[in-house]
Design a protein around this ligand. Structure first.
Ligand SMILES: C[S@@+](CC[C@H](N)C(=O)[O-])C[C@H]1O[C@@H](n2cnc3c(N)ncnc32)[C@H](O)[C@@H]1O
Ligand code: SF4
Ligand code: SF4
Length: 342
């Protein structure tokens, strides 16, 4: 239970210190845009990288995030495992935050030993079984390499498959849940968003609704799906029944590879950064920015925004379902104990 306690204490202390105003709790950071794959629905591998931040500059960014109140930092890209200095960056991050990365898994088998000690959660993307995944990812053997990476990683760190639901792969959603069960890892789903510079594969219509309902039913039967039940019911309510959710994009901050904050959110700005995080007083910015128009926006269902938007520390059943149960399940699953409060 040490990890549970430390998650609670760190988040609680950082939110108390913020005195009740708006502040980001979760941060996402792209370490680069470059990638070894060419996914159809993804705009990022198509971008040129500017000069990337050094480890010292990454630390400067992290210290700004700590001051802003962030407790969870997730790294992504592009492909984060392409960065040679990933272990150094993660080491610094793990001293300050609960950490995760999301990777396509190609390089995981070679890199897991050096990064696992600094990770609380590892997401490996899989969008279908076998050829379907390879076709969406644009490179043959991507499925095989991702599964190999999961097998290499799962005894060292808690792992979850991260699956992006597109118009092409809705029939494989249950198969991915089955695969997660067979591999003894978790699984998380997100609905693809249509970026202007990628293929438009956002799923829609009755088929998406049926897929979300099937995933909700599997979740209720105990499948290792990390999204909350409310995640699925909220998306179905908004997109199919006209009952909107209140989006709170201020709960999640995204920072681009140069250290610039993406405001108001990842999707609406298509990950275009603006001000450097170390140049601004984030708490002041967060409490003067006009979030009003975005509270009514229900355009994307990215879990990194929707889950915190739904979360309430005053709802005990929610705290149990979202925080305590998943962590206890991971601890019970026999994951290596040195990861707990290392
Ligand atoms: C941009 S990738 C970066 C990390 C790594 N390269 C990977 O694929 O896991 C992070 C996540 O975004 C997802 N993603 C890609 N295109 C997306 C889209 N159009 N809408 C929603 N998620 C998307 C990927 O499937 C992946 O799970
Ligand atoms: S989704 Fe990930 S693996 Fe695919 S191109 Fe984008 S960054 Fe690369
Ligand atoms: S629902 Fe709208 S405001 Fe909220 S994160 Fe998605 S695009 Fe941004």
């Amino acid at each position: 239970m040490a990890l549970v306690k430390s998650v609670f204490l760190r988040s609680f202390w950082r939110s108390v210190r913020n005195g009740g105003g708006k502040s980001p709790v979760i941060a996402g950071h792209k370490l680069l845009y470059r990638c070894n794959l060419e996914c159809a629905m993804c705009p990022f591998w198509r971008r040129e990288d500017e000069e990337l931040l050094t480890v010292d500059q990454e630390v400067r960014m992290m210290d700004s995030l700590v001051r802003a109140g962030v407790s969870f930092l997730g790294f992504e890209g592009g492909e984060p495992t392409l960065r040679k200095d990933l272990p150094e960056i993660l080491l610094e991050a793990h001293d300050r935050f609960h950490t995760s990365i999301v990777t396509n898994g190609w390089l995981l088998t070679n890199r897991i030993r050096e990064i696992a000690p600094y990770l609380d959660l590892l997401f490996v993307s899989l969008d279908g079984i076998g050829d379907l995944h390879d076709r969406l990812r644009g490179i043959p053997r991507s499925f095989e390499k991702a599964v190999e990476g999961i097998r290499a990683a799962r005894s060292r760190v808690p792992v979850a498959i991260s699956s992006t639901i597109t118009s092409e792969n809705m029939d494989d959603a249950e198969k991915l849940v089955d695969l997660a069960e067979k591999l003894g890892v978790g699984v998380t789903f997100q609905v693809a968003y249509n970026y202007s510079t990628a293929e438009s594969l956002m799923p829609r219509g009755d088929k998406l609704r049926a897929t979300l309902e099937r995933l909700l039913a599997l979740k209720e039967r105990g499948a290792p799906i990390l999204e909350s039940r409310e995640y699925f019911t909220t998306v179905i309510n908004s997109w199919y029944r006209g009952i909107p959710w209140r989006c709170k994009p201020w709960m999640t901050m995204n920072v681009d590879p140069q250290g610039r904050i993406v405001l108001p959110c990842y999707t609406l700005r298509e990950y275009g950064g603006q001000e450097y995080v170390w140049d601004v007083d984030v708490r002041k910015l967060w409490n003067t920015f006009d979030w009003g128009p975005y509270e009514k926006c229900n355009r994307c269902a990215l879990a990194c925004y929707l889950e915190p938007s739904l979360f309430s520390w005053t709802n005990p059943s929610m705290i149990r379902e979202r925080v305590i149960d998943p962590i206890v399940a991971y601890l019970d699953s026999g994951v290596t104990p040195q990861l707990v409060d290392a």
